[in-house]
Design a protein around this ligand. Sequence first.
Ligand code: GLC
Ligand code: CA
Length: 567
Amino acid sequence: MLKKFCLGAPLFLCLLLAAPTLRAQGKGKDAAGHPWWQHAVFYEIYPRSFMDSNNDGIGDLNGITSKLDYLKDLGVDAIWITPCFPSPQVDFGYDVSDYVDIDPMYGNLANFDTLVAEAKKRSIKVILDFVVNHTSDEHRWFLDSKSSKTAAHRDWYIWRDGKGPNQHPNNWLSTFGLSAWQYDPNTKQYYYHYFYPEQPDLNWRNPAVERAMFDVTRFWYKRGVSGFRLDAVDTLFEDPNLTDNPVAPGTDKFGRPKTIEKNNKKLPEIHQSLQRLRSVADEYDAVLIGETWTQNVAQLKDYYGESNNELQLPMDLMLTDLNFSAPVFREHIGAVDAAGGWPTYVITNHDIVRSYTRYADGVHDDSIAKMMAGLYLTLRGTPIMYYGEEIGMKNTDPESKEQVKDPIGKLGWPLEKGRDGERTPMQWTSGANAGFTKGTPWLPVPPTAKTHNVETESKDPNSVLAFYKQVLSLRKSSPALLEGKYIALNESDPNVYAYLRQNGNETILIVLNMSATKQEPKFDLTKQGFSAPNTKALVQNSSKAPDGPLKTVTLDPYGVYIAKITK
Ligand code: GLC
Ligand code: CA
């Protein structure tokens, strides 16, 4: 940009001319106008389970700080910490009783400041989890709200009369089982909770709620936080008329009649609130990531806002639910890439079965984990990793109802085992408790910690961890991977998913065998401008192709081949 202005002009004039342009690019944007979050690799940390510094069996902020060098070395640019605020821990922190403090089990604000400062030294940004839909029933707002019908905070939550004696206001259901309405005998009304009864929904139609919640974000931005992951945005608003949801055939995993959540999910009002929340974020150059459970790409697109003025990074959680097949992935990713926003890819998180387990076939598990890394870390967009994914951690579910910690697992056992399995302690070493704690870990350490842990894998060039590091480091140094076009190849191949990433003169070929059999795809890149392409392999697993003229790529089951293409 500067160059264009400066041609032939004296230096002072050129700086004068360029100043407004540089300002317009905004702070935090690179020379090509990319905001920081487009090039960043995000990493989700479940603080209870990451690293325990005081040996009470529960991870904490100082534990996270002690592992920042590991994260830096891995290639992480931003960490998202799931809720670490004061909380009765009914939903392990997603029931917040104070938005502007740290729960003593995780440390205190001084520890948090240290974490942010130490992260900054390593150019790692800190993202917090913003539980927007509901508070804890022990939050002072709710305590006041339920104290009387005329309390100052009464209208901060959703209170309604029952339809009659012992009759709920309507047929809406909590996603965590049972009804979404809880009766309060004191004021003789019901309050609405989409999640546990201990998580009453805030009334976002009340401007005072919005003001108070926006102030929460300012508090953390001023403390050095670079953005938020917005929890459960889909359920921010409800139909004020409480229209019943349509009933569908069949029952859900809690044995209740299925309903279509038409009147308490994805209401259009969400968008105005998100736009205003985004304006606040923009003042601080912050990013808003959405926990957006969408059914199709059009719904996902809505969350960017009509003029990209809502969420910068609405997560594509649909990716976590696709059938494992090249055509299915090709079609879905092609649609997300073409939707117009900056994609945000996730393969696993603290609410769903770990990707390692979901895709495992019992024979090629590590290769599949590497292939998935080779896939989603080379797409156009921002990836959000989940702790332990990079070492091939698998789900370790409770074996009996008595062992379950997550309340939905108790309620829904055995169909719903809860989410403990994907939240087990991070596996740092092959030693006692995987090096996570010297105390008794809050969840058992999986047996696979013996083989799949940071210490052991760091020494093994063929480990899942070594592969993640290679791909992440390639990504960082390659403008084509960071921002280049995505071009699907061989679109009728049922087994191999292949594409180019292209930026200016740099072209990268990614070839992924999504099948359990050997594959030998051939490529004709004439249409893409390469009549006689040359290759140079950059990252590989279970694949072969000699450097030089591009011919056949040979891939063993779930093999990955990533190469630079030149004319
Ligand atoms: C989100 C969180 C989940 C939590 C729920 C209620 O889905 O990711 O862990 O239980 O919201 O806050
Ligand atoms: Ca601790």
